[in-house]
Design a protein around this ligand. Sequence first.
Ligand SMILES: Cc1cc2nc3c(=O)[nH]c(=O)nc-3n(C[C@H](O)[C@H](O)[C@H](O)COP(=O)(O)OP(=O)(O)OC[C@H]3O[C@@H](n4cnc5c(N)ncnc54)[C@H](O)[C@@H]3O)c2cc1C
Length: 482
Amino acid sequence: MASVGKSALDSAAVAELRAILGDDAIVSRPTELKVYECDGWTIEKSAPELLLRPRSSSEISAVLKALHRREIPFVPRGAGTGLSGGCLPVGAPVMICTSRMNRILAIDYANRRVEVESGVVNLHVSNAVRERGFFYAPDPSSQMACTIGGNIAENSGGPHTLKYGVTTNHVLGLEIVLPDGEIAELGGPAEERLGYDLVGAVVGAEGTAGIVTRAILKLTREPEDRRTLLAIFADVGAATRAVSAIISAGVIPGAIEMMDRLIIEAVEDAFHAGLPRDAGAVLIIELDGIAAALDAQAREVAELARASGAREVRLARDESERATLWKARKRAFGAVGRLAPNYATQDGVVPRTRLPDILREIAAIAERHSLKIGNVFHAGDGNIHPIVLYDERDADETRRAIEAGREILRACVAMGGSLTGEHGIGVEKMAEMPLIFSPDDLIVMSELRRVFDPELRANPNKVIPAPGSCVETAAPRRQTAL
Ligand SMILES: Cc1cc2nc3c(=O)[nH]c(=O)nc-3n(C[C@H](O)[C@H](O)[C@H](O)COP(=O)(O)OP(=O)(O)OC[C@H]3O[C@@H](n4cnc5c(N)ncnc54)[C@H](O)[C@@H]3O)c2cc1C
């Protein structure tokens, strides 16, 4: 991890922030700050010295102006559901949380747009427009809690982004408070824009460009109908071969999600969703679109799954059966909490056809390190989420869990994949960046970051490793080769 700068957060600075925000927007007691010491990447912990809960862009602007004058770094936070340590304070004593900025500001059905504050919870956007037959397509499994600001920072995906695209495909405009306090508007409601794609540069910047305060998002029309299938396999190899078979046959389902046996058992223990405990793997396959086409498509997909080795394919008979399947999938991470005191969720990508190979490699890595690793992931995208179980009270097991995660990422890269499909780099994967990017690539990224944040005070010590601070690799692969 990069070195941590000395905090300049003295009592005069705290008094100035109190004067801007009022007492009720400031958390300073160490016991209360402990709540904010990590996100879903619990291997590293570090509480902020001060937590601020502003209510508006102008309050954030005044706060960042004060911090800028005093040269104090800060870290933005949404709901803290990130899985790569993105909102871990590392040399940033002040954490700024957007949870109070949770208003949906305007809905424009005619142009299929919605404008929201960045602290709005993802699912609340779809809830607000469902009655009129629309939804917000990017649907991370954490959508009941995570914020739009966090989604934008991580360029989040979700089960249905296989067909509909990830966050960056659904963001038209942003309001961002830059690290010196200036409020900037990027993009806008129009679909096509001239000039450099600055919205695109901020989406996925992991909080290093400033604090996103508002967003104009695209709304998507609800499909006319859906068919949701559960395909049951003896092993993960057959399940993942079915994924390639379906997509290469020209069918693009709304979602294809895979769970292996360890995850199935955890989900069944927790939720009794009716998944077969004796299966090696299941796929949840959702087809959506024009109602008239779906039955034939469902038959075709079931045939393809059977031809790849599915012993049974079940069709959800009604909305309640569909909801049970999705509840099982979306709460799988929570269910894993029953299996071990701690777990680390990895997030790598491989070309879809290499899924059987990477799952074999993950099993070998688990055996080598005497660890249990479960798999639940967005199989259609080739985006794997191995869940490494460990007990943080056992230092050696924790070390092995970290090493296993690194080996999985190296294997993904070796198979032509990438370090993250959706959870971001954060602190977790910074040392692995040279596996993909050359020193020149990293310098270019740093220069782009400095356009927004010349002094590197927004979420410092994240994403881009400091020169010489991380693993050297024999042959970094240039991004252009991906
Ligand atoms: C059970 C579970 C399931 C998950 N499933 C998925 C999934 O299917 N797909 C997926 O992509 N992710 C998933 N995640 C990861 C996580 O939910 C996403 O990364 C999410 O977008 C984080 O949102 P958040 O509001 O919690 O952000 P936080 O964790 O608070 O922050 C994440 C990053 O965003 C930055 N940030 C937050 N708000 C702002 C802002 N307003 N302006 C600038 N920067 C900001 C932070 O500094 C940090 O770097 C899952 C997590 C959990 C715990």
